[in-house]
Design a binder for this molecule. Structure first.
Ligand code: GLU
Length: 292
């Protein structure tokens, strides 16, 4: 019989902080309680930000927290071919295109639109402007010529077409209650516009890599912070287009910094390494993140 599978999936872009500790401990606690499996996945597809020393520090912090996870750990940078296969699948469905606009060109296109329409340009749930509708209308020949000339590009999802093909989508959300029947959440991937699926230096962007890996690793329960709640809409869309199963989702509360803002990897004070060095125990960390 299959057992529930949980995963903690840090990006090795910096040291772990208390928010990561909550996520990792919740995953491990729930896996133990459910008699399930606990995985750790290193999400290092963004090679411009990932560093091996951060990966080493993260695994050391997880060991210190007493989290037992299966080995070997999956490292996304070792699996570019899995993401390429998923991208091929989406290409065969006619759902992807190459986007060439630089940040400056995007800003200029949006400013021109706003001036003409007198209306603010729509932003995605993370607050970034949605990608302008320019490259989507390029002919295949024109896109090929630009790429052949060395113009850098990212691969994007044609959101309108993708939603049309997938139809209405939802997910099962267990939130902080973690028990009970859960709640059906209607997905709204349109809010994101044409998301990036792969970049110049990345074989797969976060959204693509995460759905491919969760499926390949048989993950049944995605336990992660509320900062990724809205991203789940994109994940449900990609899972549906790629014929992958839908896990259950538990988006947990976030740990805020003393200034009431999100903890960031660059701030040291709430870093696990700093707490360890200052003599904190695992029991202290559990108390600080509100776990029994
Ligand atoms: N790698 C992501 C992060 O560190 C988390 C991905 C996920 O849990 O889905 O924020």
């Amino acid at each position: 019989m299959s057992v529930p599978v949980f995963r903690f999936a840090p990006s090795p872009n910096g040291p772990l902080h208390l928010g990561h500790a909550l996520s990792a401990l919740l995953n491990a606690d729930m896996a133990t309680e459910a008699g399930g499996r606990m995985l750790v996945r290193i999400e290092d597809v963004d090679v411009t930000r990932a560093r091996p020393e951060h990966e080493r520090a993260i695994l050391s912090d997880l060991d210190w927290l007493g989290i037992a996870y299966e080995r070997p750990v999956r490292r996304q940078s070792d699996h570019a071919e899995d993401y390429a296969a998923a991208l091929d699948h989406l290409a065969a469905l006619g759902l992807i295109y190459r986007s060439f606009l630089s940040r400056t060109e995007i800003a200029a296109a949006i400013a021109a639109e706003e001036a003409q329409s007198g209306r603010a340009w729509p932003r995605d749930p993370d607050g970034a402007p949605r990608y302008p509708d320019i490259d989507r209308h390029r002919s295949a020949e024109e896109a090929e010529a630009l790429a052949a000339n060395g113009k850098p590009f990212a691969v994007r999802l044609d959101m309108t077409k993708a939603i049309h093909l997938a139809g209405p989508l939802s997910w099962q959300e267990f939130g902080d209650s973690l028990h009970g029947p859960g709640e059906t959440i209607i997905a709204d991937p349109a809010a994101w516009g044409d998301v990036v699926l792969a970049g110049k230096f990345t074989p797969a962007a976060y959204h693509l890599a995460v759905v491919v890996d969760d499926a390949l690793q048989d993950v049944t329960d995605v336990v992660r912070g509320r900062d990724l709640y809205f991203a789940t809409s994109v994940h449900r869309l990609l899972q549906t287009l790629l014929g992958l199963p839908a896990p259950r989702y538990h988006h947990h509360r976030l740990i805020l910094g003393p200034d009431g803002g999100k903890l960031s990897k660059s701030k040291g004070a709430e870093g696990l390494a700093a707490l360890r060095a200052a003599g904190s125990t695992v029991a202290d960390v559990r108390r600080m993140v509100g776990l029994p």
